[in-house]
Design a protein around this ligand. Structure first.
Ligand SMILES: [Zn+2]
Length: 117
């Protein structure tokens, strides 16, 4: 069930997928950089912020990559942080990305493990 407040937030497939990817990148970053099993407080905070920005992105389903967006909606300190995350996790996401798009196809566990480690 949805309230009116929910409906003003972006919830299309594109936004949802971006949220998913950003969340994965932050998780990966924290795991490898901060050596945390669960997101540390700083990363949890950043993650929440990023999700919020996506929910409120004025382009919604029309949005381009955030890096190319003319409106930098992140506050400077969050922007620095997310940049660091992208730089670090980006190369890993080249591995994730194709899988994301074929998620509904069964992937052998062995492969899935080697990629999502
Ligand atoms: Zn962290």
């Amino acid at each position: 069930m949805r309230t009116d407040a929910d409906q003003q937030l972006n919830d299309g497939p594109k936004i949802r997928k971006e949220k998913d990817i950003v969340a994965k990148m932050i998780r990966l970053y924290c795991k490898k950089k901060h050596r945390q099993k669960e997101l540390c407080e700083e990363c949890r905070n950043l993650n929440e912020y990023a999700m919020k920005r996506l929910s409120h992105c004025k382009f919604g389903e029309e949005k381009t990559a955030c890096a190319k967006c003319p409106i930098h909606c992140y506050k400077p300190d969050y922007r620095q942080k997310i940049k660091g995350v992208m730089r670090f996790s980006g190369p890993w996401m080249l591995l994730y990305h194709p899988l994301e798009s074929i998620r509904h196809i069964p992937i052998p566990n062995r492969l899935r493990k080697s990629i999502s480690r």
